[in-house]
Unconditional design. Structure first.
Length: 287
């Protein structure tokens, strides 16, 4: 199934997409409610035209929004780093605030604290049940479904005063803060249930900026697979229904060439079978 969260008559509701242009409403609230109480045969309230609804991120307020750094070797190499030795690594997880989430079609706001805002097309994973200390072999049983994501990233931070940018700690926390900004985690437009994605390591990812292809990769090139990421995350923290994991980006980010997003740009990410996520870029924040 393709499941959506949306606004209808001013209220958040959720439903399933049918025939590509109609939505059968399944209940009130966002898809977290469906994840925690998935009915065997959800009674639909009737079909609504998709165009009449304001589509939101599938999970607008995830309890945990987890990112993964450096999970594609070619992305590591394009940044000038040495190849990573998987055998000596643990997945590099980080947390982002729910305020980073933005809906399909909504603008990515350029922040006042950075002039170097970059794109990162990624596979998003939505957790479907409470899970702790999962073995890799069972990890995908905790996945409710998959979505298209864009881990927007500020590559430099400017706070209005001089700092020691040669300090590794300053560089690390600037990198981390560059993931936290409002609207920097668009995902959607829907959640595709796991039964429709037999192999999450066999999906093509494409990102375009203003119709120009900037990233094209495949999830088979992940350093750590989806199952390994979910299992590792569950060792560090209890996973709950509606938690979202963004799994890293392939090569082709703007930092490689020094090209960054500007107001008026449009960023589109497509993943095999999961749909297309499009967001415009808005002018710099003033507040």
């Amino acid at each position: 199934m393709k499941l959506l969260t949306y606004l209808r008559d001013g209220a958040v509701r959720h439903g399933r997409l049918v025939d590509g242009d109609r939505v059968e409403e399944l209940g009130d609230g966002d898809l977290t409610r469906w994840l925690t109480r998935p009915p065997a045969d959800a009674p639909a309230r009737g079909a609504l035209p998709l165009g009449s609804l304001q589509v939101l991120a599938p999970i607008p307020h995830p309890g945990k929004l987890i990112g993964v750094a450096a999970n594609y070797q070619e992305h590591v190499l394009e940044g000038g780093a040495d190849p990573l030795e998987r055998e000596r690594l643990a997945p590099r997880l980080f947390l982002m605030p729910p305020t980073a989430v933005t809906a399909p079609g909504d603008p990515i706001p350029l922040p006042s604290v950075s002039r170097q805002v970059d794109w990162e097309g990624e596979l998003g994973v939505v957790i479907g049940r409470t899970a702790k200390d999962l073995p890799v072999e069972e990890a995908l049983t905790a996945v409710a479904g998959y979505t298209v994501a864009n881990d927007v990233s500020a590559r430099s931070m400017e706070y209005g005063y001089a700092r020691d940018l040669d300090d590794p700690a300053v560089r690390f926390f600037d990198w981390l803060a560059g993931k936290w900004l409002d609207g920097f985690a668009p995902f959607g437009p829907y959640l595709v249930t796991a039964d429709e994605v037999p192999d999450p390591q066999n999906l093509q990812i494409e990102l375009r900026v203003n119709d120009e292809v900037r990233q094209y990769g495949t999830t088979k090139d992940m350093i750590f697979t989806v199952a390994e990421l979910v299992a590792f995350a569950s060792r560090l923290m209890t996973l709950h229904p509606g938690d979202v994991l963004m799994t890293g980006t392939p090569a082709g980010v703007g930092a490689t060439t020094g090209e960054f997003l500007s107001a008026g740009d449009e960023v589109t990410v497509s993943i095999t079978g999961l749909g297309t996520l499009t967001n415009p870029v808005s002018s710099t924040e003033t507040s």
